[in-house]
Design a protein. Structure first.
Length: 343
């Protein structure tokens, strides 16, 4: 039904307009008596509890950051079957992001290209939304820095978001890998990364109940760079790595060079990312001898794709572009598959 009817209608609109339509519908649905609970009964079957660092996930399929940036519909997404929702990327101050258009469908490649630029309403707005949480959905807080913040003061932005969100999220994801904020990826270099993660771990250690901290990395890193990141992660003792963010690579696309040049800069998610993200997951798992917890992201469109990520070393999964193209049924298929195969 989704692919043959709903998706066709949504794809008549620009990606951002389609996003607004879906969010408006979810907000309306959340206010209809008994509907959220009905959806929960329908879509929250085939759950298999997964425990990690004291967090009980109803299932291992989560929604990646970027869809519910401002924590506006996370409850409804939980009722639709997600085991967890990663909100954000959240920055200290609200920011408009890059000029529109900034989100494009690459239909031939089953992909998206975005240069959103951390558009969000700011951490204070997100905190107010999270205070009104009604469901038991597990929340990951994806945090970043404002575009206007200098490289020298970047750590402070992450600190602000960490402190303000601490009581309202279950774990943190540190975004230093978006290609759409100038110089952000420089924070993946060994020394700046070590400084950032050490500082956040120091703040975390002062809390009565510290929260897991995950580092989200880019797929465009060399294996030598990934090895340095593994060293930093093990040294700072953060909880794990999310692999991977979007790619700036334009290799092996079905869309022509001409088409891509017209669309311009941005990170690509979806099918073209699948093999590279799986390769990186496997590399991290092997190099760390399984010591690093991994969230697998990138190009998950089927049960087989999900299995590939888990066999490579991922423990949790996140989908985004696959959800846009395949709808709610993708969550259900993956959950059922994982339950039946006991992976």
């Amino acid at each position: 039904m989704y692919e043959f009817f709903i998706r066709r209608i949504l794809f008549l609109f620009s990606p951002e307009m389609a996003h607004q339509i879906v969010f408006s519908m979810l907000k309306i649905a959340s206010k209809i008596p008994f509907l959220p609970k009905l959806l929960e009964k329908i879509f929250c079957r085939n759950n298999e509890t997964f425990l990690w660092q004291g967090i009980s996930f109803p299932n291992r399929v989560g929604l990646a950051a970027g869809l519910d940036k401002d924590a506006e519909v996370f409850d409804m997404l939980g009722y639709l079957g997600f085991g967890f929702v990663e909100i954000g990327t959240v920055t200290p101050l609200p920011q408009a992001g890059n000029p529109k258009p900034r989100l494009f469908r690459l239909k031939k490649d089953k992909a998206l290209l975005n240069r959103m630029g951390f558009n969000n309403k700011g951490v204070d707005f997100v905190v107010e939304k999270l205070k009104n949480k009604k469901s038991k959905i597990v929340i990951g807080g994806n945090i970043g820095k404002n575009k206007i913040t200098s490289d020298e003061n970047a750590v402070k932005d992450y600190e602000i978001c960490f402190e303000k969100l601490f009581n309202y999220v279950d774990f943190f994801v540190i975004n230093v890998s978006s290609p759409n904020t100038p110089n952000l990826r420089k924070l993946q270099q060994k020394e700046p990364l070590k400084k950032l993660l050490s500082h956040l771990q120091e703040l975390n250690s002062r809390k009565i109940n510290p929260k897991p901290i995950i580092l989200k990395i880019a797929p465009d890193l060399s294996f030598e760079e990934i090895e340095e990141i593994i060293e930093v992660v093990l040294e700072t003792k953060i909880s794990g790595i999310a692999a991977t963010n979007t790619t700036i690579s334009r290799e092996n696309l079905l869309c022509s060079e001409n088409e891509m040049e017209k669309l311009g800069a941005g990170g690509i998610s979806g099918k073209p990312l699948k093999n590279r993200s799986t390769e990186i997951i496997q590399y991290i798992s092997e190099k760390s001898k399984g010591e690093i917890f991994i969230i697998g992201i990138g190009g998950i469109f089927s049960e087989t794709d999900a299995k590939g990520k888990i066999e490579a070393g991922a423990s949790l999964l996140e989908i985004y572009t696959g959800f846009i193209y395949n709808g709610i049924s993708l969550i259900q298929k993956i959950k059922k598959f994982l339950l039946n195969d006991r992976i």
